[in-house]
Ligand binder design. Sequence first.
Ligand code: 0O2
Length: 216
Amino acid sequence: MCNLLEETTGEMINFSNFERTVLKYEYAKRTLETEIAILIDEFVHKHEYNPVEHVKSRIKSQKSIVNKLVNKGYVPTINNMKNNIYDIVGIRIVCSFLTDVYDIVSMISKSSNIIIKERRDYISNPKKTGYSSYHLIVLVPIYLSTGKEYIPAEIQIRTIAMDFWASLDHKISYKFDNSIPKEVQEEMYKSSLAITELDRKMLDLNELVNKFSNKK
Ligand code: 0O2
């Protein structure tokens, strides 16, 4: 009988070795979901305010992993998947306001259970498509009978407005198979500027609301 967590590093990705390899990523996803849920719960108790609209997590599909490896110029092997794809486990935290995004980033940064490997602040430095979001590449510990292992994961933190833009952009990319007409790209970029402006306005509005409600 084969060991479910057996190493299959040099092999090309196929259905069975993918299913086997992805098990560890499933465990990491569960661990990360729990850790994030507890951190948010603690935050809510401490501040009497919930900055999170919703949390979504997923395991990247075999097809998306193979496509990503090929696009990056790697042979789609299990080894290359393990060493070069950091978002097999993905968790997205959607917040109401811009300041909430940074509060969540700081909250995760203080966690002793998650190791931060890399920060990508696409809010301060949006991508040229107009994409904006805060990404953390983290290492999540999983405990197996063979010992402790660290599995990479990507945490995306963004506002509802950024999430709206990114989800439309994702649908457009899919529709045009990644060769988006220039005119559509330009309109998407313009709409990203409107999203940034809307986030600023909503933040100002929230501060105004807080000012009046604190006066009561
Ligand atoms: P999917 O299908 O959403 O998972 P690198 O680490 O630099 O080699 P990588 O991993 O592409 O490259 O990192 P990056 O640029 O930080 O992007 C990671 C993820 O952010 C993407 O994963 C998307 O989810 C999201 N993203 C980045 N740029 C854009 C964009 O322009 N539009 C939208 N809608 N999302 C974006 P995947 O694997 O590309 O896609």
